[in-house]
Design a protein around this ligand. Structure first.
Ligand code: SF4
Length: 293
């Protein structure tokens, strides 16, 4: 039997639930003031406004403070292993393409141990949303520098300052060919909610970096408030070079949609290939005869 892998993205019957009705009842245990509270509130509002049934949503995470996220939402949840949220999410999406699959995690989980998965998720253009809550520090393990920590950051694990240059997640994603790239800030929940909605609605891989301060180990609230601003009104999100230019700006932390394009998704390509090779003239014998002489 041919497995169909390309149903309409929003094949669900819309429901009317308030953001509170998407809460699991498990209270978040983040430190008071952690930016992740703002991300969770924006996310709950976004899925409420997209009218997603709870049984049509799967949230997958890795390891870290922000990776506790799935426990707080009444939906399918998978708290995975360190850095492996993307392959788990990809497997879920392949098995259940009708689900809205959202991957969440932090900068350490995404850009250190999980880094190898990102370019591949991008080149496959899997229909997944990846929300990376970036606080530029490892919070769960008490404040070691992460791959996005600024050069020279002095912490307990780097008392003389880090000597590694940080990764720029947006530059990386745009350069790898991502079809949807944006940046939000947990202190701007309204704008963040709109970005989350747009990321989920994008057909293909969407990377949303959310600046989400860790008040306990690296409190960047005031600094980020002083250097963030919306992308200029004349920025064209279909212009990859313009997106790169703003992503690489090292003085201003621009917020908004950097880049967007339409592209065939992995599940659509795979579905088409399956349909092709399971036709009678492409039976196993014919394939062996053609390629294994
Ligand atoms: Fe948030 Fe930092 Fe506390 Fe973790 S340690 S919950 S990132 S404030």
């Amino acid at each position: 039997m041919v497995m169909t892998l390309e149903p309409p993205k929003f094949s669900y019957e819309p429901v009317n639930l308030t953001p509170n009705e998407y809460k699991s009842g498990v209270p978040p245990i983040w430190c008071p003031g952690c930016g992740d509270y703002g991300v969770l509130a924006s996310f709950l509002k976004a899925i409420s406004e997209l009218h997603i049934p709870r049984e049509q949503l799967a949230i997958v995470s890795g390891i870290g403070c922000s990776s506790r996220f799935p426990a707080f939402v009444e939906a399918y949840g998978f708290h995975g292993t360190h850095g492996r949220a993307l392959p788990i999410a990809a497997g879920i999406k392949m098995a259940r393409p009708d689900l809205v699959v959202v991957t969440v995690g932090g900068d350490g989980d995404a850009f250190s141990i999980g880094m190898g998965h990102i370019p591949h998720a991008i080149r496959r253009n899997m229909d997944l949303t990846y929300i990376v809550m970036d606080n530029e520090i490892y919070g769960l393990t008490k404040g070691q520098p992460s791959p996005t920590s600024p050069l020279g950051l002095e912490k307990k694990a780097s008392p003389f300052g880090t000597v590694e240059r940080p990764i720029n997640p947006l530059q990386l994603a745009i350069a790898c060919g991502a079809t949807w790239v944006a940046r939000g800030f947990s202190s701007k929940p309204k704008d963040l909610g709109e970005l989350i909605k747009a990321a989920i609605q994008h057909k293909g891989f969407s990377l949303l970096q959310v600046m989400s301060p860790c008040v306990t180990f690296y409190d960047t609230y005031d600094h980020w408030k002083s250097i963030t601003q919306p992308l200029p009104a004349d920025h064209n999100p279909h212009d990859r070079l313009s997106a790169l230019k703003y992503a690489m700006d090292d003085k201003t932390l621009y917020l908004g949609l950097f880049y967007q394009e339409e592209g065939e998704t992995y599940d659509a390509s795979y579905s088409a290939m399956r349909a092709r090779v399971t036709k009678p003239d492409y039976g196993v014998r014919e394939i062996i005869g053609k390629y294994m002489r």
